[in-house]
Design a protein around this ligand. Structure first.
Ligand SMILES: C[S@@+](CC[C@H](N)C(=O)[O-])C[C@H]1O[C@@H](n2cnc3c(N)ncnc32)[C@H](O)[C@@H]1O
Length: 269
């Protein structure tokens, strides 16, 4: 995407966005110079960030497939991002084309590209919304059309909790989603932490704040566990992304600390 070619409403090409920074680090082309500059600064501070996003996407795939093994066929993906390789509907519908997916993102570039990708897919759609407004997300006609809340839902909250400020009461937001889910629903979370990478997560958070990009709020393990209140964590519990039910043997997984994020999946009893 060139810096001037995007006519989308609500896009500020002078201000880096989390969605486009993430897209750049994953090797995508839907980003502006300001995003690439910020991404390079982030990579300078923490060169492990590329591994961090790749491990996160790999965790997403394993979490979706695990939920499908538990019988789940419908997903609500909070802060879904700019479409990239291995989006939730691609993973799920490859295994069962009847799977239904609702994506939610606030970023207009993420929403516009998702709309294009999903135009011919009757079982998947995106809504532009603030995930901090569960009432609006859950009441959206798109959500209501595609998801049946009488049956278990896979709630995906990967690399989204740390964009919610303490003042927004993020645990209350997650509880509001949980309360609308049927028993047997599952929640997957990945979340940036300042416990694995020295103070680098805090330095990146400060850079993003100064640049008036999305604010990031790294959390410690006990805080991340609170997102799972009211659920039961499945094995192996809350670990780093690469350690959650890995497909590779331990000796080929690399440094867990370099994952930069905690990750887990839990079931609503
Ligand atoms: C780093 S990307 C993660 C994409 C995907 N969930 C993943 O893990 O690969 C975070 C996404 O969250 C979105 N986001 C941040 N705050 C949000 C909010 N309050 N409401 C909706 N989306 C939000 C950003 O626009 C971005 O697309």
């Amino acid at each position: 995407m060139t810096d001037t070619a995007w006519p989308g409403e609500g896009i500020d090409p002078e201000r880096a966005s989390a969605a486009r920074i993430y897209d750049y680090i994953l090797g995508g082309g839907h980003n502006f110079a300001v995003d690439r500059d910020m991404a390079e600064q982030v990579l300078d501070v923490n060169p492990d960030t590329r591994r961090h996003v790749q491990q996160n996407r790999a965790f997403l795939r394993r979490a979706v497939l695990f939920m499908m093994q538990q019988g789940i066929r419908q997903f609500l993906d909070l802060g879904s991002g700019i479409p990239t390789v291995g989006n939730v509907h691609e993973i799920a519908q490859a295994a069962d084309p009847r799977c239904r997916v609702v994506y939610v993102d606030i970023d207009p570039v993420a929403v516009a590209h998702s709309e294009m990708l999903l135009a011919d897919n009757p079982n998947a759609a995106i809504i532009r919304a603030d995930v901090a407004r569960p009432d609006l997300v859950l009441r959206s006609p798109v959500t209501r059309r595609l998801l049946d809340f009488a049956r278990p839902v896979g709630l995906l909250a990967l690399t989204i909790g740390h964009y919610l400020a303490p003042a927004q009461q993020p645990f209350g937001i997650f509880a509001a989603y949980r309360d609308q889910l049927a028993p047997g629903s599952h929640l997957a979370v990945s979340h940036v932490t300042n416990e694995l990478t020295g103070n680098r997560a805090d330095i990146v958070a400060e850079m993003m704040r100064k640049a008036k990009s999305n604010s990031v709020f790294p959390r410690n393990r006990d805080e991340v566990l609170r997102f799972f209140d009211g659920y039961q964590l499945v094995e192996p519990g809350l670990v780093t992304t690469s350690r959650w039910r890995p497909e590779l043997p331990e000796e080929r997984l690399g440094d867990a600390g370099a994952d930069g994020q905690y990750a887990g999946v839990a079931r609503k009893p």
